[in-house]
Each structure stands twice: as structure tokens, then as C-alpha cells.
Design a protein around this ligand. Sequence first.
Ligand SMILES: [Zn+2]
Length: 114
Amino acid sequence: MKVKYIDRGIGFRVKDTIYLNSALKQHPELHKAILRHEKRHTTGYAWSDVIMDVSNKELKDVKRDYYKFILKNPKSLYNFLPVIKIGKYWAIDLTLVAFYSIILAGGILLWILA
Ligand SMILES: [Zn+2]
């Protein structure tokens, strides 16, 4: 498994490479928690990945640092896009795709019913 540092997002895993925001190096505890989380992901798309992202146990102890990091590093918000381009790859976050689809479907339903 390789770890590469980029200037956006927080942490992603694409196949056997983990991409971390280089600013995480200044936050050792958060860095450790994010890396641990990404390492636990499967290399593909599995239910266990979705469950992991929803429960997010690894980040429980560093939640404060996590949100502070997002506020201080606006580019980390890239992590909340369902699709992101990393190098020449497009990474799709199925959890977020499902999440936004539910919100969109709810919006359409409200619009139809109103
Ligand atoms: Zn995750």
C-alpha cells in the first residue's frame, strides 16, 4: 500500500493507494486516525465500506480536530464531493452518491407533492 500526499480532500483510497491531504502532517493524531480509516477500506466497493463511513469509529476521538481541520483547510471539502479526480483517476464515493441521491429524491418528491 502506498501513501501519497495531495493538496485537497482529507483522505481517499483508490485501489492500493491512499491519498492524504499534505496538511495532515501537521496534525499527527488526526493523520493517524485518517490513515487507519483508509487502510480499513476494501480495494473495491463493498457494504462494509459504506457501514464504515457512516459509523466512522476511527474518527470518534479526533472529531474536534477533524472539523477544525476542515474549517482551516477549505480544500478538504473536496472530500464531500461524490466524484473526485485524483491524478488521472476518477474516484467515486458510493456512500456520498447514495446520500445525495436520497436528498435529491426527497427534494423531487416534496416538489411533486407541494
Ligand atoms: Zn471512508
